[in-house]
Each structure stands twice: as structure tokens, then as C-alpha cells.
Design a protein around this ligand. Structure first.
Ligand SMILES: [Zn+2]
Ligand SMILES: [Zn+2]
Length: 168
């Protein structure tokens, strides 16, 4: 996937931007996370994340290859090039996940006690980073099969976790 039409792939983003009732803060920041996701260069799933503290955006991130290296959708990713099946060989992917990039782009002081908004529930690897990041809360939009285990891990690590389903 090299391009995404927000209206087609992200009904949540379209709904929030279409002049409907004024959204709440969760909707606002999840919409920003969805907007960040549209910058992703992942060939499988575009994800965006935003770190928010005191209702201010501290950092944003999306999943993509390391700076100056190349992108999964431009031939730089061994995993993409071999057509690995969903759920397999993620360690072969060069992409840095959205949550990890958002953490990298923030300072420890910035993210202490902050909330991370993400368009898709964090994976296991990102959950471990989050648990040691100082971030106090995770708010996710979409989920995936098996995310409950990661959710329990985050909660056991002392983070608050909330999930918003896509509004109808
Ligand atoms: Zn990749
Ligand atoms: Zn991840």
C-alpha cells in the first residue's frame, strides 16, 4: 500500500473532519494519530501515534524505515520483498513502529505521565517500550486478534489503557 485515501480507509478521520458535532479530546487526538498514519510507508498496515501531555502534542510518529535508509514500500525491506505471511517474520522488517518513533521523538521529561494515542493497539514490542517510557496511559483506536494479552501486560505494568471502537 503506497497511498491511502482517508475517506476510503479511515472513516473515523472523515467523520471527525466532516463538520459534525464537535468531538471530544479523545476523538481529536485519535484523529491526529490517524492523520499521522497516512504518512506511513509500511506495505501491510499504516499506523500513527501521538504523545499528548496536558492536551498538547509532544511528538508524533508513524511506522516506516529508519531515517535516510529507505522504505518498506520502496524495496528496502527484506520482509516486504519476500512476501512474508501476516503474523510472521516481523523481525525481518526494517520499519520502526509508530509508537517507538513517537517515543524517540520525545524527551523523557516530555512523555513522563503523558498519554499515547495510537491508531492501532500497540504490538508486544512497543508495549515493552511503553512500559519503560514514562507514558502513563494508552488510548487505541483499532485492535487486532490477540491484543488482549498486550493490554493485560500494559495494565500489569501500571499503565491505564482505553480502546475506542470506530464510531458507526
Ligand atoms: Zn518492512
Ligand atoms: Zn509496535
Amino acid at each position: 500500500m503506497t497511498d491511502v485515501t482517508p475517506g476510503a480507509a479511515r472513516p473515523f478521520l472523515t467523520a471527525a473532519a466532516s463538520g459534525g458535532p464537535r468531538g471530544d479530546w479523545d476523538r481529536y487526538f485519535l484523529t491526529l494519530a490517524e492523520a499521522a498514519a497516512t504518512r506511513s510507508t509500511c506495505t501491510n498496515r499504516q499506523v500513527g501515534a501521538v504523545i499528548v501531555k496536558d492536551r498538547h502534542t509532544v511528538a508524533t510518529g508513524y511506522n516506516g524505515g529508519p531515517r535516510s535508509y529507505g522504505h518498506c514500500n520502496e524495496g528496502a525491506c527484506p520482509r516486504s520483498n519476500t512476501g512474508a505471511a501476516t503474523g510472521f517474520d516481523y523481525s525481518d522488517c526494517i520499519a520502526i513502529h509508530a509508537e517507538a518513533n513517537a517515543i524517540l521523538f520525545s524527551s523523557p521529561a516530555d512523555r513522563q505521565g503523558a498519554t499515547l494515542y495510537t491508531s492501532t493497539f500497540p504490538c508486544w514490542e512497543c508495549a515493552k517500550l511503553l512500559a519503560n517510557s514514562g507514558i502513563a496511559e494508552v488510548v487505541a483506536h483499532a485492535t487486532y486478534d490477540g491484543h488482549d494479552r498486550v493490554k493485560t501486560f500494559l495494565q500489569d505494568a501500571g499503565l491505564r489503557v482505553r480502546v475506542h471502537a470506530t464510531p458507526a
